[in-house]
Design a protein around this ligand. Structure first.
Ligand SMILES: [Mg+2]
Length: 422
């Protein structure tokens, strides 16, 4: 059996954790630059405000219903997410972190007798120890666990836990209640095809002949039908695979035409990407730069540049300086940059790989490694960005607007809640 643990309205729940007075009040969390709704409380969902609702378009609706807005505080959400993962890995190491608020857990080695009771206990533990409400769906396959979570969330009688078994006739009631668009893997691509075939619920899909499902949707279709009938096609995968590439990109709130501001943004992306690279004990053989104008405006255009390092590196300073040189070469003056990104790719394990011309003697390589380690240690001990490369400070007009961001309560000493004596 596989359990899916899914946090309820995760970003909203994280905000409410430190603002308990917002319980039962309408709350939205907005994407970067406060663009659109990326998390909604149940009260907001009841007002029929859709996911992705653009904030400027819904300004009056937000005001009318006293909806509390937050700018996405991803540092906070990431920290809370890790706490939940720690609880789950304490139960079993067979866990797949599917997204920031969802994890699959393989229950096969736990020899549980009562799944419903186990689900309720996990739910209670996460609520008590972290403070986040979750739903639990338990079923023989991932796709069925997704169906179960649907029921756990929508049906109050389920009390946040739904268990589906191997017997498909017993699952029929729940399968009927899940619209085809909400079945895992169907998405916008296959939903119209299935609806055209008269299939409108998960039950309809589960009863489709596997061969016909394959004709309609390829092998994925056959797997969906099998999974809905309790057969495992997608086992729980532990994250042992190491990233093959690391990217950091951003869409800016306004077009950037000043090269120093662009340099500063690229330096920031490179800093964060190379930190991730070092955390996974890897080096990059290549780095790429990407800049583009607004694709919703006329004359959309973009530029890319690739750097091949003679010696693979994870040195932030070296990566920044190489990328900034590419900005001069590839981005024409006045280019209205709306989106930019940095990609580190062709990654390899951390070990000195000397090149033919010996550009990086071992002594220099270990010096670079030591320097990076010192920077990471200082930032770990005294707070993020305590020391940084100066190019990141060339201009900050690019940094996202976060007019309604809550304090990063769990990761910044300076943003701890203050208690006022009465
Ligand atoms: Mg969720």
């Amino acid at each position: 059996m596989i359990a899916l643990i899914d946090c309820n309205n995760f970003f909203v729940s994280c905000e409410r954790l430190f603002r308990p007075e917002l319980q039962n009040k309408p709350v939205v969390v907005l994407s970067s630059n406060d663009g659109c709704a990326i998390a909604r409380s149940n009260e907001v969902k009841a007002l029929k405000i859709p996911m992705g609702a653009p904030a400027f378009k819904y300004k009056q609706v937000f005001e009318k219903h006293n909806i509390v807005k937050f700018s996405g505080n991803f540092e906070l959400y990431g920290n809370i997410s890790r706490r939940i993962t720690e609880i789950l890995t304490g139960i079993t190491p067979l866990i797949e972190i599917y997204s920031v608020d969802e994890s699959f857990v393989d229950l096969s080695e736990l020899s549980l007798s009562d799944y419903k009771q186990w689900g309720a206990a996990v739910r209670q533990a996460i609520l008590e120890w972290v403070g986040i409400p979750v739903s639990v769906g338990i079923a023989p396959s991932k796709t069925l666990a997704k169906v179960a979570i649907h029921k756990a969330k929508k049906d109050l009688r389920a009390k946040g836990v739904c268990v589906l078994g191997q017997d498909s006739t017993k699952n029929q009631g729940v399968l009927t209640s899940v619209p085809i668009t909400d079945v895992w893997g169907v998405g916008r691509r296959f939903a119209p095809k299935l609806k055209a075939e008269g299939i409108h619920t998960a039950l309809g899909l589960s009863q489709l002949a596997p061969k016909y499902a394959q004709q309609l949707m390829g092998i994925q279709g056959r797997q969906m039908v099998a999974e809905l009938n309790g057969e495992i096609c997608h086992p729980v995968r532990q994250q042992t695979q190491i990233a093959k590439s690391i990217s950091r990109t951003r869409t800016f709130g306004q077009d950037i035409t000043d090269q120093n501001t662009l340099r500063s943004a690229v330096a920031d992306f490179a800093t964060r990407a190379s930190f991730t690279l070092r955390s996974s004990n890897q080096l990059a053989k290549k780095a790429s730069l990407f800049v583009a104008t607004n694709r919703f405006k006329a004359n959309y255009t973009y530029r890319t540049a690739e750097i091949v390092f003679n010696t693979p590196t994870n040195d932030t300073g070296h990566i920044i300086s190489q990328l900034c040189m590419q900005i001069e070469k590839t981005v024409p003056p006045g280019f209205p940059c709306h989106r930019a990104g940095v990609l580190l790719h062709e990654l390899c394990p951390l070990a000195l790989q000397t090149d033919l011309f010996n550009e990086m003697p071992p002594k220099l390589f270990s010096k670079s490694q030591n320097r990076m380690r010192s920077i990471d240690n200082i930032n770990q001990k005294f707070g993020k960005d305590k020391v940084m490369f100066a190019s990141r400070k060339l201009g900050d007009a690019w940094s996202p607007k976060k007019n309604n961001q809550s304090p990063r309560y769990l990761t910044r000493w300076s943003e701890l809640p203050k208690i006022k004596p009465v």
